[in-house]
Design a protein around this ligand. Structure first.
Ligand SMILES: [Zn+2]
Length: 440
């Protein structure tokens, strides 16, 4: 099937929406679907999955897709007459056949690679993925045809500039200034304030499916839908990448494109960046395609823990941020808040940390105030005032002014109290005494 550029309405973010001739035979579409599923199954061992849905409108196609997603793998595990046991066989793993791959734990390991001083056993497909990943961190543009990188049976090559058939793959990652080697997660974490933790940020556009349907409805030629999708992809895949390169060089891009973003960096820098991201989005795509909002989840993690755990938590936090009516929020540090409040939550955290660092208040006071803020119904302004009176000298009027301001909402505004708790957690992290050799 030939697809013209104009027929690609939405792309990026691991998904696409294309216009096809109305008379297309569904049998043909089913063949395309099972062909791609088979290739992905072979290449990723079932780790990456693909579904395809279609319909007369973008809305109908989406509904069909959702249905298909629930029976993923069916074409792999069922043949025409019933279950196909060949489909789920994996190569044998245990002795005497050798050890499983240290990375995926699924296929037999075939080669040991030195990585950050440790010997890591790789299977064939993890080794291939590793080589591909190394190449992709150096490539800026690539196009199908003739190259050494293969995915889904298609080969790709590196090109130095944008051409009609090329697409941007270059993503910002921090490197050593001299060797140009990528920084390790440990080196990135060591740039964080006080507590050497990483933060994983996952952000995406709120109600994207609904907005796609609405934008499609506004213009039956789908021109507006095409430019909507293109703007978003350009925002995440290009504008934000340039912003990182210029102003946030310590942030590592795990994924950027379509309508979402997955980044990792020093925890305090990621929290600052999140505010900047929200502002860029508001003055960029949100301005042009209003109403359009964005939410983010930020999970903190020690650098030694495999990053996928923090990615999962960032996804859960993102979902929790979206539970709140109106969305348009950030979830982090045990709370979530509207972007309007972001600067004040993070700013108060920094201010409190600075007060502790300059001796205005003891760090132990932050722990006590946090316990109060977390005490729910038994939270009392009198206990708060008592702690301030006992621990902060009268001459520190800035701190006292801040603490008095808190008293005004302490017993009646649950949301603001949860934001207060987030600021206190920020300040505790930012003033954590550093111990030799500790990394948790
Ligand atoms: Zn593997």
């Amino acid at each position: 099937m030939h697809i013209a550029n104009d027929d690609v309405l939405v792309q990026g973010g691991g998904g696409f929406l294309i216009r096809i001739p109305p008379a297309t035979d569904p049998v043909h579409l089913e063949e395309i679907r099972s062909g791609l599923q088979r290739k992905l199954w072979d290449e990723s061992g079932g780790e990456v999955q693909f579904s395809l849905g279609w319909g007369k409108t973008p809305f109908a196609a989406r509904a069909h897709l959702e249905l298909q997603k629930r029976r993923i793998g069916a074409s792999m595990l069922q043949s025409s007459g019933g279950w196909n046991p060949e489909g789920w066989s994996q190569p044998p793993l245990d002795e005497p056949f050798g050890k499983p791959c240290d990375i995926c734990g699924q296929s037999p390991g075939s080669q040991v690679v030195q990585y950050e001083g440790e010997k890591v056993l790789h299977c064939k497909s993890c080794l291939e993925a590793r080589r591909l990943g190394e190449k992709l961190t150096r490539w800026k543009w690539m196009r199908p045809g003739g190259g050494s990188v293969r995915a889904l049976g298609i080969s790709f090559e590196n090109v130095n500039s944008q051409t009609p058939e090329s697409f941007r793959v270059g993503r910002w990652i921090p490197r050593h200034p001299d060797s140009r080697e990528p920084l390790t997660f440990q080196e990135i974490a060591e740039q964080a304030r006080s507590d050497h933790r990483l933060a994983v940020l996952k952000a995406d556009v709120d109600d994207m499916g609904v907005r796609v349907g609405q934008v499609a409805g506004e213009d039956p030629s789908y021109n507006r839908l095409r430019s909507f999708s293109y703007s978003l992809h350009e925002f995440f895949g290009q504008t934000i990448q340039e912003l990182l390169e210029e102003s946030w060089p310590l942030i590592y891009t795990l994924y950027a494109g379509g309508d979402d973003l997955l980044l990792v960096g020093p925890w305090n820098i990621v929290l600052d960046f999140a505010g900047s991201l929200a502002r860029e989005f508001e003055t960029g795509p949100a301005q042009e395609y209003s109403p359009l909002t964005l939410s983010a989840g930020i999970a903190l993690t020690p650098y030694r823990v495999p990053i996928r755990h923090a990615v999962e938590r960032a996804e859960e936090l993102l979902e929790s941020a979206k539970q709140c009516p109106g969305k348009n929020r950030c979830a982090a540090l045990g709370a979530d808040w509207s972007w309007k409040q972001h600067e004040s939550v993070v700013g108060d955290g920094k201010q409190l940390a600075d007060w502790v660092a300059s001796g205005v208040a003891p760090r132990s006071l932050l722990h006590r105030l946090l316990r109060l803020a977390e005490s729910g119904k038994s939270l009392s302004a009198a206990r708060w005032a008592y702690q301030i009176e006992r621990n902060v000298h009268r001459r520190y009027s800035d701190f006292r002014r801040w603490a008095n301001h808190v008293i005004e909402y302490l017993e009646r505004d649950e949301q603001r109290v949860s934001e207060l708790a987030a600021s206190l957690r920020y300040a505790l992290l930012a003033t954590r005494p550093r111990k030799e050799g500790r990394d948790d």
